[in-house]
Design a protein around this ligand. Structure first.
Ligand code: NDP
Length: 644
């Protein structure tokens, strides 16, 4: 599933993002610092010893980092030692003939400062430099440099959307760096080789640390400050006040929809539902079942069955291992459930005790979050996520501090993301089908119930089949594990994504066969778009030189990665969202139009994906600068062709 399920289990999925707060960085006015806002200085490019002209935008007094902007629009945060005044630099502008000399190339590549790893970054930087167009050159040498750059930019632009035949940009930019450096580096200005490992991070948390995928950092300088998590200054979800709000609102919302959908007439005119007595929320037996379910899933997870996959490199350079046996887990769970039903276990218990099961799971997610927060206080700084280290207890508890909390090799975050809630979603749907038969005296579930069950089962199985893809997602790579994810994984997914099946138990919606056929076609169309587009991008990111993708057009970016501009990603900028939305429509249609509540997922999902799209747009704009603008001009629509 490529990245496909990436976010289903992500922060976005579980939490409506409406209030994500804009960056709260301090410091528009510069204190007594070495460099001032507006200064044009030389900033080191990540992973290299190369310095490029940058403009200082601001200084953060807490993290002591300067936000600078490169000429291609890329913004990064740099330490003071990664910035130098322009006067200390010797500008080298080699002629084409010189740079092409094989002898010169050899001697350059032998230089100790020019390892293969670094040259890759350098190539990226050279491409970034090649995007310079705006600066007004002040000296003759600068004029010559600018001329060279403009010529180079024209070449890049002409090539920008050419075919991806075989090697194309990424191969050129990522793999074949040594010789390429000589060709492209006419624009660069170098300082003496840098002895320490760089400590740069992108401006907004570490959400863009993906370049590490293609160039894993070596764990050579473990003691270097690169691994330590600085205080988080850019807070999401409405910041500290927002964290209080979400902590109260999200559990209340789950309990509300469960109570509301259970009403005979769940229309919003009957809002709020009558509150049952407090003791009705609690059932010790329900808690016992939830604990049993989680332990059973944990047991399946640790069994030495299935693949051991490597995660993405951490800031320390380390790569964690994960047992990706999700498909085995769901098959084994199905077998266990079938055996239980055969033995006479009445699964409709799940329907009749739904509220109590939700409360019990909520309690577990709160206890888990307290444990996670407490242990994070003792975790070394290099193991903290960059976004959850604000120093505010409530915010950090909500957002999550520790990146990969583990008990020995058992990864708590990975397990919660993929197992109890996700497989539990299917179990609950199945139990609702049995409850529907029981309550309505049917011999078989209704068409509507069968469609909802099968559609969502397909979605989950697809996610577990491609479980490895979760390792490259935002949740796994960047977000700390705290209440937001623990609650999202354990409570939000299984108890709100099952709302359609829950609704159908008490509110039948007979479907004609043509209606069934039309909904199935819609679902398959959505699934096709979703799967194909996710797989296309996933395959391209894993191996840009894949011959199967050679027909696709791409444009290069300053980071060395390219962007697809044809195929699915040339139709709209988020074809995978389009497919997912069509599928969401197919999940709600079987419930009919009598009430709004079963459409809750569809409405929530539109808001979520529109917000997620705009978040991704600004992240990509920050990552890729002018190349991203070019992509947006080439592919003007975001999710729905010619509409949005
Ligand atoms: P995407 O899979 O859309 O990934 C976005 C990233 O893809 C960008 O940041 C960029 O990263 C890369 N990218 C963007 N455009 C291009 C391009 N033209 N060429 C190459 N790479 C490009 O991210 P999501 O995590 O939002 O979505 C993954 C899936 O999860 C989707 O199918 C979505 O529908 C689904 N989802 C499901 C939810 C649910 O609750 N059911 C909730 C949220 C999402 P980079 O360049 O760094 O690789």
């Amino acid at each position: 599933m490529g990245n496909s399920h990436q976010s289903r289990f992500s922060t976005d999925i579980h939490i409506p993002y409406g209030t994500q707060q804009a960056s709260q960085e301090r410091s528009v006015t510069m204190p007594a610092t070495k460099y001032q806002t507006g200064d044009t200085v030389m900033g080191r490019w990540p992973g290299s010893s190369l310095y490029y002209e940058v403009k200082v935008l601001r200084f953060d007094t807490r993290s002591h980092l300067y936000t600078v902007i490169y000429k291609d629009g890329t913004e990064l945060e740099l330490r003071e030692q990664d910035i130098k005044t322009a006067s200390g630099f010797q500008t080298r502008s080699r002629s084409r003939s010189r740079s092409r000399s094989p002898g010169r190339r050899r001697s350059r590549s032998r230089s100790p400062a020019r390892t293969t790893r670094r040259s890759s970054s350098r190539t990226a930087a050279a491409v970034a430099a090649a995007a310079i167009t705006e600066s007004a050159p002040s000296t003759r040498r600068d004029i010559k440099l600018k001329d060279t750059l403009e010529v180079r930019l024209t070449q890049e632009d002409t090539k920008a959307a050419e075919n991806n035949s075989n090697n194309k940009h990424e191969k050129k930019e990522e793999n074949n760096t040594a010789s390429k450096v000589n060709e492209k580096s006419e624009a660069k200005v170098e300082a003496e080789p840098v002895k320490n490992r760089y400590n740069l991070r992108r401006r907004k948390d570490d959400g863009d640390a993906k370049p590490a995928e293609s160039q894993p950092e070596q764990p050579e300088d473990k003691e270097a400050t690169v691994a330590a998590a600085p205080a988080s200054t850019s807070l999401d979800f409405g910041g500290k006040i927002g964290a209080y709000f979400w902590l109260l609102f999200l559990p209340a919302w789950v309990l509300f929809v469960i109570l509301q959908v259970n009403l005979e007439d769940p229309s919003l005119a009957n809002f709020p539902p009558q509150l049952p007595p407090l003791e009705a929320f609690w059932d010790a037996q329900a808690l016992g079942f939830v604990i049993l379910w989680i332990l059973f899933q944990a047991l399946l997870h640790v069994l030495p069955v299935g693949k051991l996959s490597e995660g993405m490199p951490l800031r320390s350079g380390e790569r964690l291992k994960y047992r990706t046996n999700g498909l085995f887990a769901i098959v084994a769970s199905a077998a266990a459930v079938a055996a239980a039903v055969y033995q006479g276990v009445d699964l409709t218990y799940i329907h009749s005790r739904f509220l109590q099961l939700a409360t019990a799971t909520l309690l577990i997610s709160v206890l888990l979050s307290i444990y996670l927060y407490t242990r994070s206080r003792y975790a070394p700084s290099d193991q903290l996520a960059l976004g959850g280290n604000s120093g505010n207890l409530v915010y950090d508890f909500f957002k999550g501090r520790e990146l990969n909390p583990r008990i020995k090799s058992f990864d708590l975050k990975f397990f919660c993301e993929m197992r109890p809630g996700l497989i539990g979603w299917c179990l609950i749907n199945f139990a609702m089908a049995l409850a529907e038969m029981k309550n309505q005296g049917l011999d078989a579930p209704s068409y509507a119930m069968i469609l909802v069950n099968l559609f969502q089962l397909l979605y989950v199985v697809d996610g577990l089949w491609n479980e490895e893809a979760i390792l490259t997602t935002m949740d796994l790579m960047h977000d700390g594990f705290g209440f937001m994810l623990a609650f999202g994984d354990l409570v939000w997914v299984p108890f709100t994504y099952t709302l359609q099946a829950y609704y159908l138990v008490g509110h039948p919606n007979p479907l004609s066969l043509p209606a069934v056929a039309a909904i199935v076609i819609l679902k398959l169309a959505g699934f096709y778009i979703f799967r194909k587009s996710n797989s296309e991008k996933n395959a391209f990111r894993r191996n840009p030189s894949d011959p199967k993708l050679s027909h696709l057009k791409t444009i290069p970016t300053a980071t060395g990665k390219s962007l697809l501009v044809s195929g699915w990603w040339g139709v709209v900028r988020h074809p995978n969202y389009l497919g997912d939305l069509i599928m969401a429509l197919a999940w709600s249609l079987p419930c009919g139009f009598n009430h709004l509540l079963p459409w809750y997922y569809m409405i929530y999902f539109i808001i979520l994906l529109v917000h997620r799209d705009s978040r991704d747009m600004s992240d990509c704009r920050r990552k890729y600068g002018s190349a991203w603008d070019k992509y947006c001009r080439t592919v003007p629509y975001r999710i729905i062709p010619r509409v949005y």
